[in-house]
Structures are given as C-alpha cells and as structure tokens.
Design a binder for this molecule. Sequence first.
Ligand code: HAM
Length: 423
Amino acid sequence: MMYKSVRGMEDILPERAGIWRNIEKACRETFQNFGYREIILPVVEQTEVFSRSLGNASDIVNKEMYTFEDKKGRSLTLRPEGTASVVRSVIENNLLKDGSVLKVYYVGPMFRYERPQAGRKRMFYQIGVEFFGSESVLADCDAALCLAQIFSRMKIPFTLKVNTLGCRRCSTKYSEYVTDNLKADGAAMKKLCEDCLRRLSSNVLRVFDCKNTSCQDILRTLIPIGDSVCQSDKDKLRVFKKTLEEYNIPYEEDKSLVRGLDYYTGIVYEAFVKGREKDAVAGGGRYDGLVSSMGGPETPAVGFAIGIDRIMDTIDLINPEGPKEETDVVLVSIGEKSLRENFRLLMGLRMKGIVSQMDYDLRSTRSQFRRANTLKARFVIVRGDEELQKKTVKVKRMSNGQEMDVREEDIYKIIAENQKNTD
Ligand code: HAM
C-alpha cells in the first residue's frame, strides 16, 4: 500500500520550506514594525463561529467547510480563515478594552473544500493581521501600507484592487436595490442560477461571487456597489486612494469588488501579482460590525490575510531557484580521529550560530568537497594527520581558494571577518 497525501493538501518539501520561512519572516518583521503582536489560535472552532460571521450564503460556509461532529455530537469546523477565530478569541479573553486599539497577527493552516487546482488548495497557509478599535480611514491606510511594505520587501511586483462597500446603511440600501431590481425583472430571474436565487433571500450581495457567466451578465446591468455609497464613504475611499498614491502603491479601483465574506463594511481590497491576475495573493478590508455581531462590544476593525502558498508560487515565477540557503562551513575529515575532533568542532561552531555541516561516514575527501560545493559553503575546514599533529586545521576560503593553517580558536575570527565583508 502506497500512501498519498490527502487531495488538495500538499507537502512542502525541504527545498521549498526555506522559501516558506523567508516569506513568514518578511511578514512577521513587517507586522512587528507596524505594532502587531502574535496570537496563536486553535485550528478547530465551533462551527457557528464561522457560519455566523462569514455568512450562510457565502461559498465558504455553504460548500467548503470541513465540518464534523466530535464524540459528544458537537459540530466543529477546521478553520477556513483566521478573522472569525481572532474575533472569537479577543471577545472571549476580554482583550478589547474600551477606547483602546489592539493589533494582532496570526499564521497557520486554513482549510477549504475547494476544487484543487494551481493556486487553490484544500489546506493552505495564511498569515494575516487584525487591527481593532479605530474608525479612522488612517487605520485602513495603515493596514494597506503594511501589506504593500511586505510585497516591496520581497521585491514582488503587485497591484491592489480597491473598492468600498460603504457603511452598513449603504450596503443595506444597496442590497435592497439589487433585490428589487432582480425580482422586478422576470427574464433575469429565469436566467439566475439556483445558488443566486437562494442568495436573493439570504444575502443578496453574495450573488456577486457567482462565477456563472449568465448571472454575471445580468449583474453587470446594475449600478456597481462602489458607485452607490454615501458621500462620507466616497470621501474615505478618496483619502485611502490618495495615500496609496503618495506611497507609489499601484492600484486600480474595481467598483464591483465585494470580497467573498459577509463581514466586510467600508473599504476592501485584494492584492494581485503582476502577470498572474487569476487569483488574489492577499485580501482584506474593514469589518466594523463583526465584533458586536459575535457578542462583543461595538468595535471597528480592519485586517487582511496573505496566502503564503500563492506567494510561494509567485516567487517561483520570479526567481525559480528561490532564496539561497547559506552554509558557512563544511568540515572535511580524513581518518577516524579527525572525524571525532571535527564533530566536536562542528558542535562548537553550531552553538555559536555558524551554519555548519559534515559527513559522518568518512566518504572520500573528494566526495566531501563535492558536498561542500553543493551546499555552497563559504569555508571548508580540513583536518588530516598533519593538522592533527600540529594541532591546527586548514581553512579554505571557497570564494578565492585561499588556504590558511590556523589554530581552532582563530577560526571564529576569520569567519566573523568574512561575514562583515559580505554584509
Ligand atoms: P480571503 O480572501 O478569503 O480572506 O483569503 C486571503 C488569502 O488566502 C487569499 O488572497 C489567498 O491568497 C489565500 N487563499 C484563500 N483560499 C485559498 C486556497 N484555496 N488555496 C490557496 N490560497 C488560498 C480572508 O480569509 C480574510 N480572513 C482576510 C481578512 C483578514 N480580512 C480581514 N482580516
């Protein structure tokens, strides 16, 4: 029996895991600069945490959740996203103090039962932020600039699609407008798919998530949501766009962008990598009503999440080799005694944070050097009988082939010097 990973849930093998960690590192460091602190949450929640917040009419809740009963018959769900879990946690743990802000970030696997294809998995990783407690459009700008900073740091060319869904009053009015118009048009009603007919009575805005071309043709005849919002929401979007321009962040306005989740209010956006416009690599926006709808205090909030898997794919696109994983030192041993001495030195180097490797099986000197080349070692340290007798080691600087006989205690100085030169 040959076991295989579950469909849509892929292994990230060692040669790609380094890219994964580099993306995570770039995000974590940027989040910390922007004042976010990490929150670590369970991957399983009560099903209602998601069904109430993401919306019963959303594709995620309707079709894509991994829901199961535990042994006591409780309905549990593998989290399809992070925002609802964060909101559950900050309410449960009373982290939302009156009048103050809270900024948290999270990273981890999410689960959606989608049709697996390039860039679409059933288990994927998100890293995201949630910023609670500010009504100001500057909070929207703060989040979007943080997202943009991550892309520029990783040198990934991107563009944002931005829109506003307006305040709750605006979106309620817009929902009524869409419902009335569709219901009044008998021919359109006949053309709408079953899902959209259901959405008409649960949450009409979700019709805009429909991939069906005949539904899309009908929806194109309606005024887009971005044009229907009140002046105050239009003003906020204007400030948001102006800020993006000030920081040279490429964006385009997409007045029909609604995002696929019910909790958004106000400004929303998605990030796309240039040359790969099919799927967003990140998405987010404002969600002022979610905390109170889940039993917490009235709290304005903004946030976004980045799909790490999709970023990995784009890095492959831009730089097929991915970032280099460096090895400082490879130790070459000649004979049993040298092997023992090198093992002791190897551990000493590692304890000092110097990335070091060696062969434990006394393969030929040639093959040990070959490994050093594969690992792109900056130094090779060789110890044979002669060095053992002299109580020295031979250090070879691989960039220029220079060889030095040095005492062990001087190795650290030479490596440190080299690091300074290459920084
Ligand atoms: P989302 O747009 O559903 O938003 O997901 C965010 C990102 O997760 C997407 O842009 C994409 O990169 C990645 N993603 C989603 N589904 C898949 C999949 N099947 N395979 C691979 N990657 C995927 C949210 O989840 C919101 N919670 C974001 C947010 C945070 N809004 C406010 N705060």
